[in-house]
Design a protein around this ligand. Structure first.
Ligand SMILES: Cc1cc2nc3c(=O)[nH]c(=O)nc-3n(C[C@H](O)[C@H](O)[C@H](O)COP(=O)(O)OP(=O)(O)OC[C@H]3O[C@@H](n4cnc5c(N)ncnc54)[C@H](O)[C@@H]3O)c2cc1C
Length: 371
């Protein structure tokens, strides 16, 4: 067994031992699994890239977590591949030591505060702004922020100039200037989705990440990593739903025969298995592009994210169909996955935004085709 397989195997064991029995509670009680997040950190799985794992190991980590709890996977993504990645890629030594290191251990909870009530897709229309008055003063309103209710720090994107792309990124610790309120969402419950308002928060220069007015570029590269992560989550959700349906089809009888023996049902599985494995192969290829920092990794991760989200939703829907009424019942894990998987087509760049990226790239450089 390779070192990477051993690492994933140890994660699987942890998830089976400590998370499987809590995943229904996370959803049902909207329960934020603080202790589990901490343990994931102690084991080095909360920010895999900071733990020196490869991009594909990061995808596999999220895939495994999503098989057990979509909510926990989204929490890990928000902490690791969104907030964490901003500091890992662009933070200075002090920011890495003071924030990223404790974030990786689950000692500090962090959110990426990017989307706003006026729109998540059109980042250039952002209204949150920061003015330099000795320190920076940040004011504005953010929406849909994962972990927003629980975050100790907010990696906040704000306007610092007049052009659409004049954006900068600030680390803002929770304090009196920050108001958070819960947003009820259909799936991925327990992730602390919130509206976050910054009322003239004073931020020292040391808490600016990267260069002032370079936020546009920084956000885009962080979101690319986020899209790779989301693809892993989508694949994991689809795999789990399919496994549940497979077990059911092999035990449930109708018309004197196992469900799995009906050709209509077998073909559902054949199609889904082929699609999941195609996604995994693409995820591996795209991850390699990230490891090698290829120039075209952005367009390929858009393809992967678009397909993973759409196909995962389709597979989960098919799995629910195979489970019949049971799949529609509260308490069934496929019912939960059906709600969890839906956001994969919206967050970190919707389907439409991925299509936009792919078509714009093709217009500029010609159709991208893998070697
Ligand atoms: C559960 C959850 C967790 C989230 N977590 C975070 C987080 O941690 N941090 C954060 O910053 N954000 C987060 N988000 C926000 C998420 O990134 C946005 O919802 C997403 O980017 C879409 O933005 P929007 O909802 O404002 O929709 P809009 O941008 O208003 O878009 C609405 C619809 O129009 C489509 N559309 C927009 N522009 C175009 C176009 N040019 N062409 C065609 N169609 C278009 C979109 O694809 C979408 O279907 C989260 C959202 C959810 C639901």
């Amino acid at each position: 067994m390779s070192e990477s397989s051993l690492i994933i195997q140890s994660l699987r064991e942890f998830l089976r031992r400590e998370v499987e029995s809590v995943s229904a509670k996370i959803d049902k009680e909207d329960f934020y699994p603080r202790e589990i997040v901490k343990k994931l950190g102690e084991l080095g799985f909360l920010i895999p890239l900071y733990s020196n794992l490869s991009h594909y190991d990061m995808v596999k980590t999220l895939e495994e977590i999503a098989k057990v709890s979509g909510s926990l996977a989204l929490i890990a993504d928000a902490q690791g591949e969104l907030a964490g990645e901003m500091i890992r890629l662009y933070g200075n030594d002090l920011q890495r030591k003071s924030f990223l290191e404790p974030m990786s251990k689950g000692e500090i909870i962090a959110s990426l505060a990017l989307s706003e009530p006026s729109g998540g897709s059109d980042i250039g229309s952002m209204k949150t702004y920061a003015e330099k008055k000795g320190s920076w003063i940040v004011s504005g309103r953010k929406m849909w922020i994962t972990q927003g209710i629980y975050a100790d720090i907010f990696i906040t994107v704000a306007r610092t100039g007049n052009s659409r792309k004049d954006l900068s990124v600030f680390i803002i610790p929770r304090g009196k200037c920050i108001e958070t309120s819960k947003i009820e969402v259909m799936g991925n419950r327990g992730t602390g989705t919130a509206e976050v308002i910054f009322h003239e928060c004073e931020v020292p220069e040391d808490y600016v990440i990267g260069e002032v007015n370079n936020g546009w570029e920084m956000i885009n590269s962080v979101l690319e990593v986020g899209r790779l992560a989301i693809s892993g989550i989508a694949i994991g959700l689809a795999e789990r739903a399919l496994e549940e349906a497979f077990q059911w089809a092999n035990s449930r009888e109708a018309f004197g025969n196992k469900l799995y023996n009906f050709q209509g049902i077998r073909w559902y599985f054949a199609d889904s298995i082929a699609k999941i494995n195609s996604l995994k192969a693409l995820a591996k290829e795209v991850s390699r592009k990230f490891d090698e920092n290829s120039n075209d990794k952005g367009v390929y991760v858009s393809m992967l994210k678009l397909l993973s989200a759409e196909i995962a939703q389709e597979i989960v829907d098919t799995s629910l169909q195979i489970l019949g009424g049971l799949g529609y019942a509260k308490g069934s894990s496929v019912e939960r996955i059906y709600r969890d998987v839906r956001v994969m087509r919206i967050g970190e760049g919707s389907d439409e935004i991925q299509r936009h990226i792919i078509s714009k790239y093709s217009e500029k450089y010609g159709i991208p085709i893998l070697d």
